[in-house]
Design a protein around this ligand. Structure first.
Ligand SMILES: O=C(O)CCC(=O)C(=O)O
Ligand SMILES: [Fe+2]
Length: 286
């Protein structure tokens, strides 16, 4: 995997070529149904730690401007997937089956991508792959309804994802943009059957800045509803994440403070979850 922050998993110019996820065709179909008829009220919660949570915006309590988005968050930690699936909604009736198969497929692909990332950095990671196997995985099922005045809002404001990598499935409707510099946004064209791989804050920290987490946002449009499914992967919540010791062994200065998922969630619960502000708060600037 090249040390760029966002790439398509099966784009011919990207290294390595990773097989497209066969399961990727199913979730979008089911999700559209869910957004139209889902069990919204039952899973509506302001608690950002709830394992199943339906809502809008990052944080309904603190965000000043709500996003033009509905989401369903499903916790699906790899070591506990079978235990959590029964707590997921079962309407539509195949949601659990489809989404758990998709979660598993993402776990396998995430592991392959992390193996490639470690290889690219020339390190073993000292057991980090095994720790990731018992880490966290969250799937965000996003639904962006058509918006009568798309210029006045965003589906999601600029943000970076917190984990190591996000495996993102978008449907055929444009919307995702990645930041290339000062207010310079690149539209990520949907490629049928391809996943977008975004680097998250934890990989930026773990790689001591060799991978950069990607700032991205979602635009909405006036005619079409858009669906995406983001699978966010990281270490166990209590695991302290810092730069890999192997990357500092030659005296390279550490560029980030240690952090953990709990600290991030506390931050998210208390502040507007926008931009790369959390990551910036972990950066060592000397
Ligand atoms: O809808 C998209 O393409 C991106 C969604 C996203 O950034 C997220 O769920 O964190
Ligand atoms: Fe995101």
């Amino acid at each position: 995997m090249a040390e760029s922050s966002s790439s398509h998993a099966h784009h011919p110019q990207q290294q390595p070529t990773v097989a497209t996820c066969k399961a990727s065709e199913e979730p979008n179909k089911g999700v559209r149904h869910l957004c139209e008829r889902g069990e919204r009220a039952r899973h509506m919660s302001p608690d950002i730690r709830a394992p199943v949570r339906y809502g809008t915006s990052f944080n309904q309590l603190n965000d000043g401007v709500l996003c033009w988005r509905d989401f369903l968050k499903l916790l699906c930690n790899p070591a506990r997937l079978d235990d959590v699936v029964p707590s997921w909604p079962n309407n539509p009736s195949d949601l659990r089956e489809v989404m758990s198969a998709y979660a598993r497929a993402n776990q396998g692909l995430f592991r392959e991508l992390m193996e490639a990332a470690l290889e690219a950095m020339g390190i073993t990671g000292e057991g980090v792959l095994e720790e990731l196997d018992c880490g966290t995985q969250m799937m965000m099922v996003n639904c962006f309804p058509a918006c009568p005045e798309p210029e006045l809002t965003l589906g999601m404001p600029p943000h970076s994802d917190y984990g190591f990598l996000t495996l993102l499935l978008q449907d055929q409707v444009n919307g995702l943009e990645v930041c290339q510099g000062d207010d310079d946004w690149l539209l990520v064209d949907p490629l049928p059957g391809a996943l977008i791989i975004n680097v998250g804050d934890h990989l930026e920290i773990f790689s001591n800045g060799r991978y950069k987490s990607v700032l991205h946002r979602v635009r909405v449009n006036s005619t079409q509803l858009r669906i995406s499914v983001a699978s966010l992967h990281s270490l166990p919540p209590e695991r302290v994440i810092g730069p890999a010791p192997e990357l500092l062994a030659d005296g390279t200065p550490r560029r980030y403070m240690d952090t953990d998922l709990t600290t991030f969630l506390d931050y998210l619960a208390s502040a507007e979850g926008k931009h790369k502000t959390f990551l910036q708060s972990r950066r060592i600037t000397t």
